[in-house]
Ligand binder design. Structure first.
Ligand code: XMP
Length: 514
């Protein structure tokens, strides 16, 4: 079935994915494509509307990114230009845009000029918005009218006949409180969307699609990590083809306290997955012995994982498909207006399975954002314990034990980490933070316990708030909570006599310590 579709042409704004999420929250499916997507490619997708994103460029630059030739003539559906998108429309259709004397950045008050315009329908005449731009429209293209201003600057323009609407500010960010209503006006009033994309419709269609792709005899392998993505992917495939899917859940000895046992039980008893649990802890500890360099640890863990996984997969000789929990942000073709990003750590390498496995890939989540995966997981009856669990790196506690890894240190860290997480749950703050965990430091310090001098290990507490893990701030946890965690760790975990708290944001720190 063809859903209503909004195409977002990406000009490189940091908010492009946010636009997509805001549109989808309204039940309207949307896709992000590079700004130069050809007019034919757009037409072939039969969109209901097109949004032009913001971007870091200035339309006055010589090499400014532009829509494909014939875009405006052939698109045939309503257009919403946001920020850079507005400048582009203005210049492309015969108006003018000039660099402003002063870059407008942050909060602004916008005056809406006519309450009857469809885009501002039922919105107040004065709006709080978020601006981030350096150019102004100084001359309107013919057929366009101003619909909002900030001081003497034009903040919104439109040509209702051609169904082109533009705003200088960012309706997609939370700092524009009524931005959602404005987007709704575009989607529902202007484009005529009904909102036909829901978790339930996704699940139904995806299950059918998986059935069609896999056919009635093929067999599938799925690697489970205990996290949201692989679990939701596995459950969808299970709904589609049942036990023709075999899941493999590897214990690398670097999971959280009792995570392997508890999650395996949920996979089997609650979700009825056909799952093989492989406890390979000893093999991982053996290859990790003596390694202290963070990148070497990551590589060793990644390579061992592939060994173990492949050995299990080889036993399932008749399997021809591999499930991967790839998400939409990994799939979006990124726009290179900002230049290539640098690799800071070799992330997400763990679980990157070798191509020579000769399996075809099935990626049931490749159209979804993380919050959508959670919503779908909820509809599929996956327990909150898995859906709401904080992100966990592939190399696990391996990158939270600084220095070399030994089974004893793992056990010690698991205990300390469990206390932190337990107390966080007890305080009701677990879901308020993006990630919280304990780190074992490679130092010892002097303490006193009873009448004795101690010389033991230090545990650092790390808790951050974030929306995507790319940037983060240290979580301001209540002192009472920190005090409870500290005193429980030092009294319950043998070998730890000091607890410290990491108060570094990202950047300059990273979330993990290695
Ligand atoms: P950093 O430490 O770079 O982490 O601020 C950002 C997010 O990524 C997770 N992370 C990893 N995930 N393999 C993974 O699958 C890795 O090697 C890895 N290193 C960091 C981290 O937990 C945080 O959520």
């Amino acid at each position: 079935m063809q859903h209503e579709l909004i195409i977002i042409l990406d000009f490189g704004s940091q908010y492009t994915q946010l636009i997509a999420r805001r549109v989808r929250e309204q039940g309207v499916y949307c896709e992000i494509h590079p700004f130069h997507l050809s007019a034919e490619a757009i037409a072939a997708k039969r969109p209901t509307g097109v949004i032009l994103s913001g971007g870091p460029s200035s339309v006055t630059d010589e090499d400014a990114p532009r829509v494909a030739a014939d875009f405006y003539e052939s698109v045939g559906v309503p257009i919403l230009g946001i920020c850079y998108g507005m400048q582009l429309v203005a210049v492309d259709l015969g108006g003018r845009s000039e660099p402003a004397a002063r870059r407008e950045y942050g909060h602004a008050k916008v005056k809406v000029l006519s309450g009857r315009t469809d885009l501002f329908n039922e919105l107040p005449f004065e709006l709080d918005v978020w601006m981030s731009h350096g150019d102004h429209v100084t001359e309107l293209p013919s057929g366009f009218v101003r619909t909002a201003t900030t001081g003497d600057v034009v903040t919104a323009i439109e040509n209702p006949e051609r169904r082109i609407y533009c705003v200088q500010f960012h309706p997609e960010v939370s700092h524009t409180p009524l931005g959602k209503e404005l987007l709704r006006n575009f989607l529902f009033q202007i484009c005529g969307c009904k909102g036909d994309w829901t978790p339930a419709s996704f699940i139904k269609e995806e299950i059918e699609r998986i059935r069609e792709t896999i056919g009635t005899t093929d067999r599938v392998i799925c690697g489970l990590s205990g996290g949201v993505d692989s679990t939701v992917a596995a459950v969808l495939v299970h709904e589609a083809i049942g036990d023709r899917q075999t899941c493999i859940f590897v214990n690398n000895g670097l999971l959280r306290y009792r995570e392997f046992e508890d999650t395996l039980q949920v996979y089997k008893d609650n979700l009825h997955l056909n799952v093989i649990g492989v406890d390979a802890s000893a093999e991982f500890y053996a290859v990790l012995a003596g390694i202290t360099d963070p990148e070497k640890k990551r590589k060793a863990i990644g390579a061992k994982f592939i060994d173990v996984f492949q050995a299990e997969a080889d036993k399932l000789a008749d399997a021809n498909w591999l499930v991967q929990g790839t998400l939409y942000p990994d799939v979006i073709e990124s726009v290179s207006v900002r230049g290539a990003s640098v690799t800071i750590k070799t992330h997400h390498n763990v679980g990157g399975l070798p191509e020579e496995m000769n399996l075809k890939l099935i990626e049931p989540l490749r159209e979804l954002f993380k919050d959508e995966v959670r919503a779908i997981g909820r509809d599929l009856g996956i327990p909150e314990m898995i859906l709401e669990r904080h992100p966990f790196p592939g190399p696990g506690l391996g990158v939270r034990i600084l220095g070399d890894i030994t089974p004893d240190k793992v056990e010690l860290l698991q205990k300390a980490d469990r206390i932190f997480i337990e107390e966080l749950h007890r305080s009701g703050l677990y879901n308020e933070v993006w990630q919280a965990f304990a780190v074992l430091l490679p130092i010892q310090s002097v303490g006193v316990m009873g009448d004795f001098r101690t010389y033991e290990k230090t545990v650092a507490l790390r808790a951050v708030t974030s929306t995507d893990g790319m940037t983060a701030d240290w979580a301001r946890l209540p002192h009472e909570l920190l005090a409870a965690v500290s005193s429980r760790i030092t009294s319950e975990v043998r070998g730890v006599n000091r607890v410290v708290c990491d108060i570094t944001s990202k950047p300059p720190g990273t979330i993990e310590w290695e």
